[in-house]
Design a protein around this ligand. Structure first.
Ligand SMILES: C[S@@+](CC[C@H](N)C(=O)[O-])C[C@H]1O[C@@H](n2cnc3c(N)ncnc32)[C@H](O)[C@@H]1O
Length: 312
């Protein structure tokens, strides 16, 4: 391990954490062994979807995926704080005309190893273009599986509230008597609502479906997700000064989102090329962001020396 990667930093609570605010080159299973237990607030990551991108960064055969992933998940479990959250962006690929079941098998195995499968979010890719396949339609969504170590985890729902929308102008201006009390579902679903609770409110809680466009601006990595994706989950599950880990960091998108939001990050990738790309993207972002004061002087010097010339 290089001297740089071995740098020890302390978090706000005085805990010594290697790889704090660093992008590290290596296999995440091994690198994570350096970290102490219970030090990460959020693990947010998108691993290879089996061997879907074999040509760009390799992968694992779908039949071997669970076995490959579990030792990594064990490390995520160990480094995650008891009140922390693990968000796994994944989608099963089609093998031989069928959706493979490795994601479902992975969920079941992770539950056996102590994880709670708390929730599933959907990322709807709202800018997909049409296509034609003989036996299916355009794949337009991905899973974001939420896992926790315990039922009580930190969640800051107010941070992701959304505008109430135009429906409120008509619907809430003319309330019936039923609207003013809790109206139990008539189809016996067990759900009820009191519509009058929303009168006078500009913001409401979102659903578990995120409508975000994919990004093709970063052509140097074939599987970059939009920065808005980690941004949303970082706001929901962490606060300023917390530590966000992406063990398959690729081009560094999660780390960039963390920096923008005043969180610390640790990013790991097995590819030298992607580690360099992530580090460069972060260097450029840190020059732009005035709130990352501690990094500003460091990166001013790098810029003066011409290391990232013309990247502003
Ligand atoms: C889906 S991509 C991540 C893309 C990333 N979310 C972004 O926005 O750029 C998965 C990444 O995992 C990396 N990878 C594969 N196996 C790994 C391992 N064992 N440890 C760390 N990184 C790994 C690949 O090099 C690839 O960059």
């Amino acid at each position: 391990m290089s001297a740089k990667n071995n740098l020890l930093r302390r978090n706000e609570r005085g805990m010594k954490i290697p790889h704090f605010d660093e992008i590290v080159l290596g296999d995440c299973t091994e690198i994570l062994k350096d970290l102490p237990a219970d030090c990460v607030d959020l693990v947010f990551t998108s691993p290879p979807y089996a061997d879907q991108r074999q040509k760009t960064y390799g992968g694992v055969h779908p039949n071997d995926y669970v076995e490959w992933f579990l030792p990594k998940a064990d490390q995520f479990f160990r480094v995650l704080k008891p009140t922390g959250t693990f968000i796994l962006n994944i989608k099963e690929k089609v093998v031989d005309g069928e959706r493979h079941t490795y994601v479902m098998e992975l969920i079941l195995e992770m539950r056996k190893r102590g994880w709670l499968w708390t929730e599933e979010f959907i990322w709807h890719k709202k800018n997909s273009y049409p296509g034609k396949w003989p036996n299916r339609f355009r794949d337009n969504w991905e899973r974001l599986l939420q896992f926790n170590k315990q039922k009580q985890f930190r969640m800051f729902q107010e941070e992701v509230m959304v505008p109430v929308g135009d429906w409120s102008k008509t619907r809430l201006s003319n309330l019936s008597e039923t609207d003013k009390t809790r109206d139990e579902s008539r189809v016996g679903s067990g759900f009820g609502k009191n519509v009058s609770n929303w009168v006078g409110r500009n913001l409401v809680y979102p659903t578990n479906v995120l409508h975000l466009a994919t990004e093709s601006s970063n052509q140097n990595h074939s599987a970059t997700f939009p920065r808005a994706l980690p941004n949303w989950f970082i706001r929901l599950f962490t606060q300023r000064g917390d530590l966000v880990l992406d063990p398959f960091v690729g081009s560094g998108t999660t780390a960039l989102a963390a920096i923008e939001l005043g969180r610390h990050y640790t990013g790991i990738d097995i590819s030298k090329q992607y580690v360099e790309l992530a580090r460069e993207r972060i260097s450029v972002a840190q020059i732009r962001l005035p709130h990352v004061a501690e990094h500003r002087e460091k990166y001013k010097t790098i810029r003066k020396n011409g290391a990232i010339k013309g990247k502003r």
